[in-house]
Design a protein around this ligand. Structure first.
Ligand code: ADP
Length: 463
């Protein structure tokens, strides 16, 4: 558990570092592209400005016409206003009118848009006109609005680099500062463009590296998850192996201890004189040796399967006949260990079966049904044949298997009752063996169980 948590925490830290590194790289890239686009569009707008030089007033023709017309009446109206409040309101109205006309009626945006397009650049920008000074020139000059930072009515043309300091943003470019000295008014304003498309353009520019970053993060996460899963699986297997070694030692020790005690018994004077005792002890030694031999053979066999292909000697066999034989021998072999009922509807089906392995398969399931039972064992065996498969169900009333254990009972060395490992003897190989045999016959085995109620093992084999 400790190791598992450490691996997880290390993985999460590595993942976080990787994400932070990628974010830093992308942010750096973003800034670079942002700056590059700003410089490109600033120089484009300046070029456009220069190319407009001779005809600059043309793009404001309509503006000037409307404002001239408007201010003619304003100039007459203003001297008549004596009330301060009314004058302030009038000033506001004049300012609003100028702003609206400037923003709506200028043709500079149209000109810039065409210029950008001709240069192969994007032209989805919005313009912004900011009045910095407005005076109405009647008999007296009346200041309508003056920006606190406004300096001179005729500014120098040098405004390179001003945009940054004016706007503090790389998305807004100051294209030009304009002034109009007309008969009735003096007007100064700045014309800005906002690069609305810039964000999507940067995305497009960075999409390749962004995609690569996300892709590499995904790959690393997948590799991590895969490695982590393998590590956990290895750990599970190693735990199973340790359990197996403990169980095997226990299993081997029992007959060995019996044989040792029997040997010591034979050394005793009073036993050697009693022939029937000698015979009993010899039988016991023989029985335990057979058991020991079976255990060793089973382990050897399993390890041999791992290295070589599973070889079956299949023959067409009447399934009902062989089931009757196996159950009969089991019943006789175990005495009254369980009450067994059988119900077959195989309809004379004959399947390709290896007699020895198939017998082992059914015997393993039957002996488990008896072994994993805490009350009197009741086993129902059902068999049927459909068009393609024969299926054999072995149902018991034993201790059952939890849902999480059901997933693993067919794994090598797996023992569900690992918390109580020596209560039921075993090596965790029986069901592994059952599964291997069923699969080698082209079939399968599944389990359905409820803890406390019992288990049903279903074997299917094609015929
Ligand atoms: P073993 O019996 O040697 O432990 P098996 O491979 O035969 O190994 O069984 C694996 C595990 O599945 C057992 O440890 C037991 O917990 C569970 N199991 C198998 N058959 C039954 C059954 N009929 N009822 C309840 N549990 C079973």
């Amino acid at each position: 558990m400790q190791k598992r948590n450490t691996v997880l925490i290390l993985g999460i830290i590595a993942f976080a570092i990787m994400i932070i590194a990628q974010v830093i790289i992308i942010r750096g890239g973003w800034k670079q592209v942002d700056e590059m686009l700003y410089l490109r569009y600033r120089s484009l707008s300046q070029e456009a400005n220069i190319s407009l030089r001779g005809s600059r007033s043309m793009v404001f023709d309509t503006v000037n016409y409307l404002l001239d017309y408007y201010t003619e009446s304003v100039v007459k109206e203003l001297p008549k206003i004596t009330d301060d409040k009314e004058l302030e309101n009038k000033k506001e109205e004049i300012f609003e009118y100028f702003s609206t006309v400037l923003n709506k009626e200028q043709d500079l945006s149209q000109y810039l848009s065409e210029y950008f397009e001709n240069q192969g650049a994007e032209n989805e920008f919005t313009h912004r006109i900011v009045i910095t000074n407005l005076e109405i020139l009647g008999d007296d000059t009346l200041s309508i609005y003056r920006d606190p930072s406004f300096r001179e009515r005729r500014p120098s043309r040098d405004f390179e680099g001003l945009a940054h300091s004016l706007t503090g943003s790389t998305s807004t470019i100051l294209v030009n500062r304009f002034w109009f000295d007309r008969n009735n008014y003096a007007l100064n304003f700045n014309y800005f463009i906002d690069l609305t498309f810039k964000r999507s353009m940067i995305f497009r520019e960075l999409s390749a590296s962004l995609g690569m970053s996300i892709f590499s993060i995904l790959i690393v996460v997948m590799i991590f998850l895969y490695t982590y899963r393998n590590l956990m699986e290895e750990k599970r297997l190693s735990n199973l192996k340790t359990d197996f070694i403990n169980n095997m030692t226990h299993e081997l020790k029992t007959p060995l201890a019996t044989i040792t005690v029997a040997g010591k018994t034979l050394e005793m004077e009073r036993i050697r004189t009693d022939e029937s005792k000698i015979l009993d002890t010899a039988k016991l030694i023989g029985k335990q040796s057979v058991h020991l031999n079976q255990l060793i053979n089973m382990i050897l066999e399993i390890s041999m399967w791992e290295r070589t292909e599973f070889q079956l000697d299949k023959k067409k066999i009447d399934v009902e006949e062989i089931m009757n034989d196996i159950v009969f021998s089991f019943r006789t072999g175990c005495g009254d260990c369980a009450s067994l009922t059988e119900k077959y509807t195989f309809n004379g089906a004959k399947a390709d079966i290896d007699l020895v392995y198939f017998t082992t398969l059914i015997n393993n399931l039957l002996s488990n049904a008896v072994k994993y039972s805490e009350k009197e064992s009741v086993i129902n065996i059902e068999g049927e044949a459909d068009n393609n498969n024969i299926s054999i169900k072995i149902a018991d009333n034993g201790i059952g298997i939890s849902r999480s254990d059901q997933k693993h009972v067919f794994d090598k060395f797996y023992r569900a009752s690992s918390g109580n490992i020596h209560k039921y003897k075993g090596l965790g190989l029986g069901l592994y063996y059952v599964k291997k045999i069923a699969v080698a016959h082209g079939g399968d085995v599944t389990v359905n169980s409820k803890p406390g109620k019992g288990s049903i093992f279903t074997v299917t084999i094609p015929y």
